[in-house]
Design a protein around this ligand. Sequence first.
Ligand SMILES: Nc1ncnc2c1ncn2[C@@H]1O[C@H](COP(=O)(O)OP(=O)(O)O)[C@@H](O)[C@H]1O
Ligand SMILES: [Mg+2]
Length: 237
Amino acid sequence: MLLEVKNLNTYYGESHVLQDMALSVDEGELVALLGRNGMGKSTALKSIMGLVKPKSGTVRFKDKDIAGYPPYKVARAGIGYVPEERRIFPNLPVLDNLAIGIKGGKIDAGNPDAWTVDRVFKHFPALKARSGQKGSHLSGGEQQMLAIGRSLMGNPELIMVDEPTEGLAPFLVMEVRDMLKDINKVGVSILFVEHNLKVAMSLAHRLYLMGKACLAFTGTVEELDAQPEIRAKYLEV
Ligand SMILES: Nc1ncnc2c1ncn2[C@@H]1O[C@H](COP(=O)(O)OP(=O)(O)O)[C@@H](O)[C@H]1O
Ligand SMILES: [Mg+2]
């Protein structure tokens, strides 16, 4: 297992938002985390990333327990993170926004598989055409691609993407979905939060469904497809 989260408990003050959360992502896997608003999906990603400190639990990544690590150390361990709000630098051009994703500011010249700006542009051709534009001049879809591209510049083995298709026009939803599939095909494991069930089912190898503070379901797309009552209970469908 590449990532294995067990018994993760996270609080905001008195509010026990993650209660013994568990999930895993295998090498090469594309895993979706679904559930209604406010269940704790973003908190789960933030707890793994070290942006929110879990009170207890283990976050095993490549056989190291990284629970409680600060975000920069989690990133160095090999996890990329694309927040829901994307956090593009509005005044910087696309190229500089990408450069910010390079860990320690240094290109890994010894690694032939290392992500470069050119390689990101190959996966996101729409971004290449906009490479000199400022972040604030990009459309929502382009900003999403840029945020994903920036996370790849750190050569992560796993990226966690929070709501990649949120707020995008339908044709862009499909474009971003296909790009995530392509990136996964070249060997990047992906854990993503998604509100669009159709997108999640067409992309994920395996899904987790969150109920209040803990998991309600875990299984393959086929298994979730066979359980309409679970979908009705835990998802807005
Ligand atoms: N920084 C915070 N401080 C206090 N409560 C928070 C904070 N962030 C999220 N919450 C609360 O924690 C719960 C889970 O939030 P979140 O993880 O964002 O859910 P989801 O991503 O599934 O919509 C919600 O009730 C939300 O209001
Ligand atoms: Mg969220």
